[in-house]
Ligand binder design. Structure first.
Ligand SMILES: Cc1cc2nc3c(=O)[nH]c(=O)nc-3n(C[C@H](O)[C@H](O)[C@H](O)COP(=O)(O)OP(=O)(O)OC[C@H]3O[C@@H](n4cnc5c(N)ncnc54)[C@H](O)[C@@H]3O)c2cc1C
Length: 477
């Protein structure tokens, strides 16, 4: 089945739903949200506790869905975007030099060779729709044009079968996931009982699994706040937490044993996990007996759909490279939320969803797709910066607000911004920065940058590093 919509939003989490609500309310035409899970709402759906403003995760999710539907968006569930029809990446409007991906400007361009119509996980389940979106949209020829005349056409696996949906604009809001055990290069056997926090929370909060259906003795691996959520979820499910293994010397304080400065070196067990080999800070290794291990944090943007379309990624965040209006480098394709860089609070993702709507509306009204502005490259103790590009138009408009993510704990660091060896800005940040929290930074210096110049380097240097602070360094997401 071929259909046409005005805006197709891929991902029904806080970012995608907020974008859809704003676009539909602003009269953007037919706005359709695709959510591959049985219900929309994104990660908050399986966070059955407070922490989302005054709401629990599920309440927050329900409200976000209701707002989008009330505004007139169609929210379809059990419907996953599985590929692009047509070569988006092959038609990127980029010339050689500064804007060319891979030309040292901080962007990477990757392709996958995966089949485009591989069904999404759970695609066989009986689908539910907040509002079923299969029939209302106009059916017809591909009208809207993407890069170099290529229409933006997505291949979708839906309850009703395979579809091709053509859109005038596409908002990618596919979120992020925790890096799995394989990507963390943890060797050993491949037993059952190896989970991420997301998988654990889905099992407990959505499917009601308890006790021995999950396991009896669990080890949690990680240093980010999400390790605390994993411990809480395990305990609520009646699973004993043997230990939390944190590679940081200043790992989290939790109501269970925490092995700081330690790493999991191997998984042991045939069929079911029977233990993990842990190396302590002093180099000694030992076996911790457990039947469950939960790998937490270490986020990776869910960027497969973007990659398969040839949307250039940011080398530091691994999410799509975007400008302050959240335009990717493929005309008509936008990105918002955790897809851009990994986990931030839900309100940040939702705010990005609302912000992207303005640029989408301008695109629908015929605004030209600008050439990309200078790349923003992280340096020193900065792990990443989003958005990863400056506005192409230079000084016009309000200063963009950047998110800066430190690679290590920093006290009163110095921020230095340079372009082509020219100093644009220097500032002491009178704050304590932690690697799981972003610093919001209004780039008041952006107007001084040359929109046609080279990459802008954003550097964070330690003022005074905490003596007890451990650093993992590197990118990690
Ligand atoms: C364990 C955990 C605890 C958290 N606790 C808090 C908290 O206490 N407070 C807080 O503010 N924030 C919390 N967060 C963060 C918050 O949940 C996220 O910031 C927010 O959900 C991000 O929104 P998003 O829309 O970018 O992504 P997501 O919420 O991840 O939504 C993305 C959606 O896209 C869908 N999708 C992906 N690919 C496709 C595709 N190809 N086709 C169709 N659909 C697709 C996914 O199924 C998903 O529903 C927590 C996150 C986690 C994981």
């Amino acid at each position: 089945m071929n259909r046409t919509v005005d805006v197709l939003v891929v991902g029904g989490g806080p970012a995608g739903l907020a974008a859809a609500a704003r676009l539909a309310a602003a009269g953007a035409g037919r706005v359709e949200v695709l959510e591959r899970e049985e219900a929309a709402g994104g990660a908050p759906r399986h966070c059955g506790r407070a922490g989302f403003g005054p709401y629990t995760g599920p309440e927050y999710a329900r409200r976000a869905v209701a707002e989008a539907v009330r505004a007139g968006a169609v929210v379809r569930t059990g419907a996953g975007a599985t590929g692009w029809a047509g070569a988006l990446g092959g038609a990127l409007p980029l010339g050689p030099g500064r804007g060319q991906p891979g030309a040292g400007d901080g962007a990477v361009r990757e392709r996958t060779t995966e089949g485009p119509l591989a069904g999404p996980a759970g695609g066989h389940r009986p689908p539910t729709t907040e509002r079923r979106g299969t029939a209302r949209g106009a059916t017809g020829p591909a009208g809207p044009a993407g890069p170099a005349g290529h229409p933006l056409v997505l291949e979708v696996t839906a309850p009703t079968g395979l579809e091709r949906i053509t859109a005038r604009a596409v908002v990618l809001a596919t979120g992020a996931r925790e890096r799995p055990r394989s990507a963390r290069l943890v060797p050993g056997s491949r037993p059952a009982g190896v989970l991420s926090t997301g998988e654990l929370q889905q099992s407990v909060e959505l499917f009601g699994l308890r006790g021995e259906r999950i396991g009896r003795r669990a080890v949690v691996v990680g240093s980010e706040p999400v390790a605390r959520h994993a411990v809480g979820t395990l305990r609520r499910a009646g699973v004993a937490v043997v230990a939390v293994v944190s590679d940081r010397a200043d790992g989290p304080r939790l109501p269970c044993p925490v092995l700081r400065g330690a790493t999991v070196r191997e998984l042991v067990g045939r069929g079911r996990l029977s233990g993990v080999v842990v190396r302590a800070a002093d180099g000694r290794a030992g076996l911790l007996r457990c039947d469950t291990v939960v790998f937490t944090g270490d986020w990776l943007p869910d960027h497969e759909l973007a990659r398969s379309g040839g949307v250039p990624l940011d080398a530091a965040t691994r999410g799509p490279s975007v400008d302050p209006a959240l335009r990717t480098r493929v005309p008509g394709v936008f990105a918002a939320g955790n897809l851009l860089r990994g986990v931030e609070p839900a309100v940040v993702a939702a705010a990005e969803g609302r912000a992207v709507a303005s640029a989408v509306l301008a695109h629908l009204a015929g605004a030209a797709w600008p050439d990309p502005g200078p790349a923003l490259l992280p340096a020193g103790s900065l792990r990443w910066v989003t958005p990863g590009r400056l506005s192409p138009s230079g000084a016009s408009g309000p200063a963009p607000v950047l998110s800066l993510r430190p690679a290590t704990r920093l006290v009163h660091p110095t921020l230095t911004v340079t372009q082509d060896d020219r100093l644009l800005h220097r500032q002491r940040i009178p704050a304590f920065l932690a690697p799981h929290r972003s610093l919001r930074h209004p780039a008041t210096w952006a107007g001084a940058a040359d929109p046609a110049g080279g990459a802008v380097t954003v550097r964070l240097e330690a003022g005074r590093t905490e003596s007890r602070g451990g650093s993992r360094g590197g990118r990690g997401s």
